[in-house]
Design a protein around this ligand. Structure first.
Ligand code: GLC
Ligand code: CA
Length: 578
């Protein structure tokens, strides 16, 4: 089980897995208003968005070129995956210089232009901060490696070989799953929770911590509006490296996450950086349970603004999941945060396969309806929505059959490991094709010209062959497109704070096909109806909706009669009932 789990795709996705139950609270609440609560965040994977110089790699100039498009989506902020100098072992999640722009993406001048042009349009910028680890090509690591007495030695975790082999630690991207790499230069092992080229930084060292705060200050001074903390829950470690505790063999993520010290580091970061600027902060992962999640984000703790939990997105890690469970998970999280703290809502990002392929139905008959339904869900829940580039079009997975079609280190190294361990490779490839991160990284589909208008050259990752049918240009012209529905939804959310702050109440929790909920705030009430099935489905509501106004539907008018509704396959509707 552990083996499948590990070799599957990407374990960090379970980082926030949470098993606690919280009681549903019916108390109404009014949250303190805040720009980052009201913002819709659009995530861009820069390599794949728009290439302007024909090298097949998206760049900052490409994003600048498309800012009007982004502004027209009705989003408020852009989260950019890492754009710092990097040897690209993990596409930028291995940083070699935190103050320089990856040359593939452009220059610091391009960055300054991007930020200025964004601010001109009222768009905010969230930077990805990758500081659980750096690249092994970072100057710190080069120095650290060079001698045991280097002043940078303590920037990383070293284990002198004369003490014997250190206790086992699991590595997510290592071909052997071993997080200790022996380095003969100084006869010692260094720790890497991710690949060998991503050595973990030593947060116990106050000097290292100060370096990081200085880096964040550098970007905050430039005027960025927020930070997303990559894998930060792993940053604190028991540096005596005791034996891996029993009981965690199947769940090492829970052992790595939220170790002692983490809250102190976050409080210090808050004091040194967040408190001095109008920046928002969001962590990848929300701890091991609701208590952890609250301790990360509750306002009186002065740590972070938001975290994002993986429990929801993980439901579709493999094929088949139940809607009843999906509802349960999202309702539990909402309920746990109804009084205090704030959630992030997402179903896709650069670590996931495509939204509509995982949670919807990407067959020609239902792709559009189900993509609209999923966007309706994300944009009508309480919490800050994170929308991943391409999902506003309903971009899909492709079919990958051979391992050489994958670019992602998680796929390539995971494959090596599975092979070495004698796994069922047919099954492995099947799972990979379902859930690989590469699906979510294929180039943005702008138009029907060669390479979907993404590049004039050869794209770093193949364009999805369906780009002639699914692209921005076509969808802009079609009033019923997924894209135009997305824009209607962002506008609806903007015009109605009820969709941001309103109390969420789940209806008919056991209905196998329809997800129904209300959002209520200051005397207004909205009803959201989502049919997650390819069959027409009916539901009896606890209220008469004869007079309710239909605000948006992805397909037709809702069929309704008093308290009874029938939704067509994948229909999603929002009604104003008060
Ligand atoms: C995070 C990122 C992922 C990356 C990993 C290592 O999970 O989202 O893309 O591979 O951290 O930095
Ligand atoms: Ca380029």
């Amino acid at each position: 089980m552990m083996k499948n789990y590990i070799t599957s795709i990407f374990l960090l996705l379970v980082l926030g897995q949470c098993t606690q139950h919280a009681e549903t609270t019916q108390k109404s609440m009014i949250k303190k208003e805040n720009w980052w609560k009201e913002s819709i965040i659009y995530q861009i994977y820069p390599r794949s968005f728009k290439d302007t110089n024909g090298d097949g790699i998206g760049d900052l100039k490409g994003i600048v070129e498309q800012l009007d498009y982004i502004q027209n989506l009705g989003v408020d902020a852009i989260w950019l995956n890492p754009i710092y100098s990097s040897p690209n072992e993990d596409n930028g999640y291995d940083v070699s210089d935190y103050r320089a722009i990856q040359p593939d993406f452009g220059s610091m001048d391009d960055f300054d232009t991007l930020l200025a042009e964004m601010h001109k349009r009222g768009l905010k910028l969230i930077m990805d901060v990758v500081v659980n680890h750096s690249s092994d090509e970072h100057e710190w690591f080069k120095q650290s490696r060079s001698s045991r007495t280097s002043p940078f030695r303590q920037y990383y975790h070293w284990w002198p070989a004369e003490k014997g082999k250190p206790n086992y630690r699991y590595s997510l991207f290592d071909t052997k799953g071993d997080a200790w790499k022996y380095d003969s230069l100084t006869d010692a092992y260094y720790l890497h929770y991710f690949s060998q080229k991503q050595p973990d930084l030593n947060w116990e060292n106050p000097k290292l911590r100060q370096e990081i705060y200085d880096i964040m200050t550098f970007w905050a001074e430039k005027g960025v509006d927020g930070f997303r903390l990559d894998a930060f829950q792993f940053a604190a470690k028991d540096t005596t490296f005791p034996a891996f505790p029993t009981g965690f063999e199947k769940n090492f993520i829970d052992y790595y996450a939220m170790q002692e010290g983490l809250h102190l580091y976050l409080k210090e970061m808050h004091k040194e950086v967040f408190s001095k600027y109008d920046v928002m902060s969001v962590a990848e992962g929300a701890g091991r349970n609701f208590k952890d999640a609250h301790e990360l984000v509750d306002e009186d703790r002065n740590e972070l603004n938001m975290a994002y939990a993986f429990e929801g997105v993980d439901l579709a890690k493999y094929e088949g999941y139940s809607l009843v469970n999906f509802k349960k998970v999202f309702s539990r999280w909402d309920s746990a945060f109804s009084e205090k703290g704030w959630l992030s809502i997402f179903l896709a990002n650069h670590d996931q396969a495509r939204l509509v392929s995982r949670f919807g139905n990407d067959s020609p008959a239902y792709r559009e309806a189900s993509a609209k339904l999923l966007n309706t869900f994300i944009l009508s829940m309480r919490g800050t929505p994170y929308c991943y580039y391409g999902d506003e079009l309903g971009m899909t997975n492709q079919t990958f059959k051979r391992i050489d079609q994958y670019q992602d280190i998680a796929a390539r190294n995971g494959y090596q490991k599975a092979l070495a361990e004698g796994e069922d490779m047919e099954l492995y490839m099947k799972k990979l094709n379902f859930g690989s991160r590469d699906h979510g990284r294929s180039p943005m589909q702008w138009n029907a010209s060669a390479q979907a208008g993404f590049t004039n050259g050869k794209p770093w990752l193949p364009v999805n062959p369906n780009f002639k049918k699914i692209n921005v240009q076509l969808q802009e012209k079609d009033p019923n497109s997924v894209l135009n529905h997305f824009k209607k939804m962002t506008a609806l959310r903007k015009e109605n704070p009820t969709l941001v702050y309103g109390r969420y109440t789940l209806l008919s929790p056991d209905h196998p096909a329809i997800y129904a909920y209300t959002r209520s705030w200051e005397g207004t009430q909205f009803l959201v109806l989502l049919n997650f099935s390819d069959q027409a489905s009916s539901l009896n509501l606890p209220m008469d909706i004869s007079d309710a106004q239909q605000l948006i539907s992805n397909t037709d008018q809702l069929v309704r009669n008093g308290t009874a509704v029938t939704l067509s396959p994948y229909q999603s509707v929002i009604l104003k009932i008060k």
